[in-house]
Design a protein around this ligand. Sequence first.
Ligand SMILES: [Zn+2]
Length: 161
Amino acid sequence: MSVSYPEAMSTTAIRQFHLEPIDADAAAALRAIGGVRYIADSKPGYPCRRCLRDAEVGEELILVSHDPFSIDSPYRCASPIFLHADECHPDLDSDDLPTQLTCRQLSARAFDDQAMMIDAAIIDGRELEHTIERFFSDPAAATIHVHNASRGCWAVTVVRD
Ligand SMILES: [Zn+2]
């Protein structure tokens, strides 16, 4: 899932991290179980955490709970997330972070390899890239969980390359 950039695009700094949305299998399992159904009636407003874009008006989504942790931790918990009701795919090849992230106020939480929180900040989404770089300047930071600051929905996990 890591993103690589061709030589011709090396005028921009090469990222030392990649985004991990909910994986396809976990999304499929949640769709099979089902959740609270919504039809998007505004945009932005319904951010899908599989494809990392806000639903277009009229698209169908489900609201479900997702635990983004892979190991036990006092911080481990499930968060509410929207998913498109139908299968969708992230486009992780862009140089830009998804608008879904940069257009919102976010909570960014850095964890070490034991899933213990070592830093956290409430940020304007436009500061996300800078915040990721700042958190990862600490060698102990292994992952960063990004949440919607106000409603708490998990948005994406950022992993150091
Ligand atoms: Zn989607």
